[in-house]
Design a protein around this ligand. Structure first.
Ligand code: UT7
Length: 330
């Protein structure tokens, strides 16, 4: 079977009901609304209920994406879930989402872990599998319950992250120049310890001492990550534009990973593209890692920010340190 193009047929997103404001955070740790807004642009974030799992949120976003595509679970034969906070370490969050959505038993289901770049990695994986001709329609979900891995006593990280989910339905098309035009994926070496969870993996299983020390929570060297995030996202954006012989001003809307408003503003300056061409919702959700781009994509579509024929650039950066970009023509 010859390779074919892939196209996004529907989008959906979900944010938990509970809103955690900067004012509330300033009563939990030594911080202030002014510090958080100035350094990150974040005003509030959503926090999942204690009994609301990663897969529960993923299911909500997936249902909305299926409804948008006017398809049902029976139409899906591939599910790829980007997350660093699966319900359990094993099996994959995709297995729980498969079960709750009632996807066909023959659907392939697995997780991808590329942290905040995870959705672009998952999208690329799903599109490559669809292009092979061996799958017909895919659900790609980016979902995180970061509140479960954040140390709520550590002001340098707890103010930055939130929970949520986004999803897209992907299919194939005969139409030329529509859909996923290309991707670029990569990683900056020697930076694995800048953003990680030190204990709880096979190399350093959790012990009573590691738990008492809080080493099973996310740790980040924020300043170093900030610099590399700007470099990685700028390079990922430039490389994909160059590869496809495009100028930045041909991009109608950039959907960047929502980690920090200052990072997005720096990319806007480097690409010499005004902030009006960047979708921003970090103020309302904080950093939702793999969920950030699909939530933003869904909000941009539903808000009328993406029109037929538009070129959209997705660009992300995350733990690893991984980076990725994708170009989509609508
Ligand atoms: O998803 C991809 C991965 N994540 C990122 O992209 C995040 C990248 N990094 C960042 O966004 C920024 O580095 C942060 C928002 C995390 C921090 O901003 P910064 O301008 O780099 O601040 P800083 O870490 O240099 O901290 C400045 C000061 C320090 O105090 P001293 O040493 O100057 O006295 C911190 O202790 O701010 C202090 N600080 C805080 N103060 C109030 C750190 N966190 C807080 C806080 N509230 N929450």
């Amino acid at each position: 079977m010859p390779p074919c193009s892939t196209v996004i047929l529907g989008t959906g997103s979900y944010a938990p009901e509970r809103v955690l404001t900067n004012a509330e955070l300033s009563r939990m740790v030594d911080t202030s609304d002014e510090w958080i807004v100035t350094r990150s642009g974040i005003r509030e974030r959503r926090i999942a209920a204690a009994n609301e799992s990663t897969s529960d949120m993923g299911v909500q976003a997936a249902r909305r994406a299926l409804a948008d595509a006017k398809l049902t679970a029976a139409d899906i034969d591939l599910l790829v879930v980007a997350t660093v906070t699966p319900d359990l370490q094993m099996p994959a969050a995709a297995c729980f989402i498969q079960q709750k959505l009632g996807l066909p038993g023959a659907a392939a289901c697995f997780d991808v872990n590329a942290a905040c770049s995870g959705f672009i990695y998952a999208l690329d994986t799903a599109c490559a599998m669809l292009s092979s001709g061996r799958y017909r329609r895919a659900l790609v979900v980016g979902v995180e319950k970061l509140s479960s891995i954040v140390d709520w006593k550590d002001r340098t990280t707890c103010v930055l992250f939130g929970d949520g989910a986004g999803a897209v339905v992907v299919g194939t098309t005969d139409q030329p120049d529509v859909g996923l035009i290309g991707t670029r994926l990569g990683m900056i070496s020697d930076s694995v310890d800048l953003l990680c969870i030190p204990n709880g993996g096979s190399n350093a299983p959790a012990t009573p001492a590691s738990i008492a020390a809080g080493s099973h929570f996310l740790k980040m060297k924020g300043k170093e990550v900030f610099k590399l995030a700007v470099r990685g996202m700028d390079e990922a954006a430039r490389d994909i534009l160059e590869h496809h012989h495009l100028r930045a001003d041909q991009i109608a809307l950039v959907i960047p990973h929502q980690a920090n408003l200052r990072i997005i503003e720096a990319i806007s300056q480097y690409l010499e593209l005004p902030m009006e061409r960047f979708f921003v919702n970090v103020d309302r959700y904080g950093n939702t890692s793999a969920a950030s781009i699909p939530i933003a994509l869904d909000e941009a579509r539903r808000g009328g920010r993406i029109k037929a024929g538009d070129l959209t650039l997705l660009v992300a950066f995350g733990a690893g340190l991984t980076y990725g970009s994708a170009l989509i023509r609508w």
